[in-house]
Design a protein around this ligand. Structure first.
Ligand SMILES: [Zn+2]
Ligand SMILES: [Zn+2]
Length: 357
C-alpha cells in the first residue's frame, strides 16, 4: 500500500479488486454544470456495502470491473460553486447526498428518485465514491448543516436518511409500537427515528447481547434476544415479554436475516405494517400465509428519497436523534484500510475516516 500522501492533489482511496486497495492521486474533479458544487470531503463513514465491495468485489449484479473510489457517507465543505448555484456558498459545511438520479425518467418525475432507472450512486460500480479529497455534487444534493451540527454528525446523515426512509415506508403513527430487527447502525437509527416519530414503545431485536445493550442506551425502550425456537415461538415470547397486546403495529427488518424476517411477520398484529430494510440472502422462506390472513402491509425500502435528508438534518439539529453516540472513533485518511478491517471484524459501530490533509 502506498504511504506518501501529503503532496497529492486529490488523494483517493481506490478499490482495484477483491481485498486490493491503494491510495491514488486522481485529478481534482471539475464542475460539469452551472449548478455543480466542488466539495472538500471532511469525514466519511464506512458502511457495510463499502466493506462488502472490498471483500467480494461485487454486490449482486454490481461488479467492480474497473478501479473505483470507495465511500458514500460523507460531509464536506464547499470550496467552489457553479455560476447558477444559489443555495450554498464557499465555506458552507454540508451533508453530501451521494446518489444523483437522471431527473428525467418516470420514477424521477413521480418523485421517487431513489427508484431512478439511471442512478449514479457513489461507490456503486462504475461510479466513484467520496473517499477522496474532493468531490462534485449538484447543489440540491448538498444539505447545509446548521451551526450546532458538526461535520462528524454530517457524515452520519446518510445512514440516518436510510433509517428515515425505512420508517416513513412503515407508516408508523404516534403511539404505535415498533419492533426493529438488527441493532447495527441502520437498525439503531430506525429505533431512534421511530421514537422521534412518536412510537410508544420500540423493541430492538438482535442475537448479539452487546449490541442490544447499546440499543438500550441509545434509543430502544426494550431489547429482545431471540432463542433457539421457531420464529412463531420467538414472536409469541417477544409479544408476551414486551406487553405488545395482540402484536406490534410496525415491524422493521434491518438485519436481512431469514429468522428475523419470519419473526417480524409473526410479531405483527392484524393489519400491521412490515418494512424490509436489511439486505441478506436473495431468497428466503417467507410466512406468506400470515401476511395474507393478517392483511399486513409489506414494503421494501431502498436508500432515500425526497425529503429524507432534510428530515435527517432536522432530527439531529433538534436534538431528537443523537448520532454522535454511534461514532466509535475517527481515523486519518492514511489509516483507511485499518478502519475497514475494524468495521469488518465488528469492532466498531461507525468509524469515520478524515478527509486527506
Ligand atoms: Zn451506507
Ligand atoms: Zn430517473
Amino acid at each position: 500500500m502506498a504511504s506518501e500522501t501529503k503532496t497529492r492533489e486529490n488523494n483517493s482511496f481506490v478499490l482495484r479488486g477483491i481485498k486490493d486497495v491503494l491510495f491514488e492521486d486522481r485529478p481534482v474533479p471539475k464542475l460539469t454544470g452551472p449548478y455543480d458544487v466542488l466539495l472538500r470531503v471532511n469525514y466519511t463513514g464506512i458502511c457495510g456495502s463499502d466493506v462488502h465491495y472490498w471483500q467480494h468485489g461485487r454486490i449482486g449484479h454490481f461488479v467492480v470491473n474497473d478501479p473505483m473510489v470507495l465511500g458514500h457517507e460523507s460531509a464536506g465543505t464547499v470550496v467552489e460553486v457553479g455560476s447558477s448555484v444559489s443555495s450554498v456558498q464557499k465555506g458552507d459545511r454540508v451533508a453530501m447526498e451521494p446518489g444523483i438520479p437522471c431527473r428525467r425518467c418516470v420514477r424521477c418525475k413521480e418523485g421517487k428518485y431513489n427508484l431512478c432507472f439511471d442512478m449514479a450512486f457513489a461507490a456503486t460500480p462504475p461510479y466513484d465514491g467520496t473517499l477522496a479529497k474532493y468531490y462534485v455534487l449538484p447543489e440540491d444534493f448538498c444539505y447545509k448543516l446548521p451551526e450546532k451540527v458538526s461535520l462528524e454528525e454530517g457524515a452520519l446523515m446518510e445512514p440516518l436518511a436510510v433509517a428515515v426512509h425505512i420508517t416513513k415506508q412503515s407508516g408508523l403513527k404516534q403511539g404505535d409500537t415498533c419492533v426493529v430487527f438488527g441493532a447495527g447502525p441502520v437498525g439503531l437509527l430506525c429505533c431512534a427515528v421511530a421514537k422521534a416519530f412518536g412510537a410508544k414503545k420500540v423493541v430492538a431485536v438482535d442475537i448479539n447481547r452487546e449490541r442490544l445493550d447499546f440499543a438500550m442506551s441509545f434509543a430502544a425502550d426494550a431489547a429482545f434476544e431471540p432463542g433457539r425456537v421457531s420464529a412463531a415461538e420467538n414472536a409469541q415470547n417477544l409479544i408476551k415479554h414486551n406487553d405488545l397486546g395482540r402484536g406490534a403495529d410496525v415491524a422493521i427488518d434491518a438485519s436481512g436475516a431469514e429468522p428475523s424476517v419470519q419473526t417480524a411477520i409473526h410479531v405483527l398484529r392484524m393489519g400491521g405494517s412490515y418494512v424490509q430494510g436489511g439486505m441478506g440472502r436473495d431468497e428466503i422462506t417467507f410466512p406468506i400465509m400470515a401476511a395474507c390472513t393478517k392483511e399486513l402491509t409489506v414494503k421494501g425500502s431502498f436508500r432515500y428519497g425526497s425529503g429524507d435528508y432534510e428530515t435527517a438534518v432536522n432530527l439531529v439539529s433538534s436534538g431528537k436523534v443523537d448520532v454522535k453516540k454511534l461514532i466509535s472513533r475517527k481515523v486519518s485518511f492514511e489509516d483507511a484500510e485499518k478502519a475497514f478491517e475494524d468495521v469488518k471484524n465488528g469492532k466498531a459501530i461507525k468509524v469515520l475516516i478524515e478527509g486527506p490533509k
